[in-house]
Design a protein around this ligand. Structure first.
Ligand SMILES: [Fe+2]
Length: 313
């Protein structure tokens, strides 16, 4: 019987061919996708394949590890439903969401930006709330927070008519959609800035919370010896036609996990001045001392105003 002839590497080129050795796989796959009509899809998939292949080479991925990885991806999908987005959580937990955020804001990452990741808990249609109104919609423990915020353009001029969504976890560490004891839309509200660019609301001081750890991301965190906590924060999404939609978070400055956020969301710019007040009464008399005051100014850049797809319903 004649010995099999070795296949020349030259056959594995852009005109198609078969795999000859380890080195021929990547160019063959990239070549097979070269006729993709959409140039951006072509660019993204070529880079994705090159980097995925380089990753497998670098760690010399075993077949058992490959199976584990595919199973991990499948289980991310299975753990995702209308009220939980494990895919966003995974992306957040490896710093990828923040990386993409910084690439796309603050003049392409060249300057510090006020943007931060959306996270998995934004819901559309938060209740419209008057300025100064409360977003506490059911019995919620914790010291009162009075927030006075302002939105300016890059030249420091106030922006009127900005629609601002605010949402936060309760002091027990759960968003209302995770917690049957909270009213629907508790600690969520939608405001409109006044002619001076201001919006204000009453809430409770946010507390830190662990990200959901019941799924594959939780397994990964445990395997890595990482804690699952986020430092306490308020989420803000500001929308005005003609301006880039501002998605951000304001962090509580005295939180123990401020420097070790499990999802890498904290930048210096986003650490708020949550001032504890012991020596004077709050703006509304029905709460005791201490209470907290937050003053924060946001800047919106001119640009395209697009709303993200809500991660949950
Ligand atoms: Fe959050």
């Amino acid at each position: 019987m004649a010995a099999a002839r070795p296949i020349p590497a030259a056959q594995a080129d852009a005109s198609g061919g078969v795999i000859t050795d380890l080195g021929s796989v990547t160019p063959l796959v990239v070549a097979a996708m070269e006729r993709t009509p959409d140039p951006r899809l072509r660019e993204i998939m070529a880079a994705f394949v090159r980097h995925m292949h380089a990753f497998a080479r670098e760690v010399r991925l075993t077949e058992r590890e490959f199976e584990t990885g595919v199973d991990f991806l499948n289980r991310i999908g299975q753990a995702t439903n209308d009220t939980h987005n494990e895919g966003i959580l995974f992306s957040d937990s490896i710093g990828f969401s923040t990386l993409v955020c910084l690439l796309n804001n603050g003049r392409g990452g060249a300057t510090e930006t006020a943007a931060a990741l959306l996270g998995p808990f934004w819901r559309m249609n938060s209740p419209r709330t008057e300025n100064g109104g409360s977003i506490v919609r059911s019995e919620t423990p914790g010291p009162a927070l009075f927030a006075q915020c302002r939105i300016l353009d890059p030249k420091g001029r106030p922006l009127e008519g900005v629609t601002v969504d605010v949402w936060q976890a309760s002091p027990v560490g759960l968003y209302e959609n995770q917690d049957d004891t909270q009213a629907d839309m508790n600690l969520r509200g939608q405001f409109t800035t006044d002619p001076d660019g201001r919006f204000s609301f009453r809430s409770v001081k946010p507390a830190g919370y662990p990200v959901p750890t019941h799924g594959p991301v939780g397994e990964l965190l445990r395997a890595q010896g990482r804690h699952p906590y986020r430092p306490a924060h308020l989420h803000v999404l500001a929308f005005k036609p003609g301006y880039r939609t501002l998605i951000t978070q304001i962090f509580v400055d005295d939180d123990e996990h401020l420097r070790t956020d499990v999802v890498f969301g904290v930048t210096e710019h986003l650490i708020g001045d949550f001032r504890r007040v012991d020596d004077r009464d709050p703006p509304q008399a029905d709460t005791g001392r201490p209470w907290y005051a937050l003053n924060y100014t946001f800047v919106m850049e001119p640009g395209e105003s697009v709303l993200p797809r809500p991660p949950i319903k």
